[in-house]
Design a protein around this ligand. Structure first.
Ligand SMILES: [Zn+2]
Ligand SMILES: [Zn+2]
Length: 227
């Protein structure tokens, strides 16, 4: 038991591939396989070839509830494994892999993160919470808090369970269902909303709209990985 505790605190094995390491959560080869996400528009998260903003965002043609995106990695290798093992297999020590991978991303955006008032994890609905037993993003956010040094607000933004399963609906109905799923108590300031994987971005946008409706002035979305 003591050996097990010691191993979790000071790992001798890579948390992802179990190769031996010296006091690190990832081995060099798992770390080398990860790929940072660079080419995305900071305002809408759409793909880009160069620069930091796409043309519509540059021209202010698109209005989004999210003011700024920070995206960590491509959704594969160590980051993907860590998210899946944490979320579905309850491997809580994967939080340490995520923290190790995200730390350099946060350092790069230090100036922006200094203006944050609250860190908000993407909520999960009651039904998922009962099935999974925990909100994995709350675990991630609690561990990132030592790097960002701002309070975590986990009890304002709520997600309702869908009354109709998403799979039974048309694309339009699905968006309406998702839009109505988020509710937020009064909150203000600059929120860092943290989510695991960005696919269409709709969940983040509707959650952000609920935050803005509740009084938030500014939202930065931190996404661990983009699919
Ligand atoms: Zn490894
Ligand atoms: Zn854009």
């Amino acid at each position: 038991m003591l050996k097990r505790i010691f191993q979790v605190l000071y790992p001798e094995q890579c948390f992802i591939c179990h190769q031996s390491v010296d006091d690190a959560v990832l081995c060099d080869s798992c770390y080398a396989q990860t790929e940072r996400q660079w080419n995305y528009c900071e305002s809408c998260c759409g793909g880009l070839l160069t620069g930091s903003h796409c043309l519509p965002c540059e021209l202010n043609e698109d209005v989004h509830p999210i003011d700024h995106y920070i995206v960590g990695y491509h959704y594969h290798h160590a980051m993907r494994d860590a998210i899946i093992r944490l979320k579905f297999n309850h491997k809580m020590h994967m939080v340490r892999v995520i923290k190790a991978l995200i730390e350099p991303v946060l350092i790069e955006h230090k100036d922006l993160l200094e203006t944050i008032d609250w860190i908000v994890p993407m909520p999960v609905d009651r039904v998922r919470l009962a099935g999974r037993g925990f909100n994995h993003m709350l675990e991630v956010v609690n561990s990132l808090q030592s790097l960002i040094d701002r309070p975590v607000e986990y009890d304002k933004l709520h997600k309702h369970a869908f009354s109709i399963p998403q799979s039974n609906l048309s694309k339009y109905e699905r968006a309406t269902n998702l839009r109505n799923a988020f509710e937020c108590d009064q909150i203000s300031g600059h929120v860092l909303l943290v989510d695991d994987v960005l696919t269409t971005g709709k969940t983040l946008q509707f959650a952000s709209q609920a935050l803005k409706n509740a009084g938030v002035d500014r939202i930065t979305a931190l996404v661990l990985a983009k699919a």
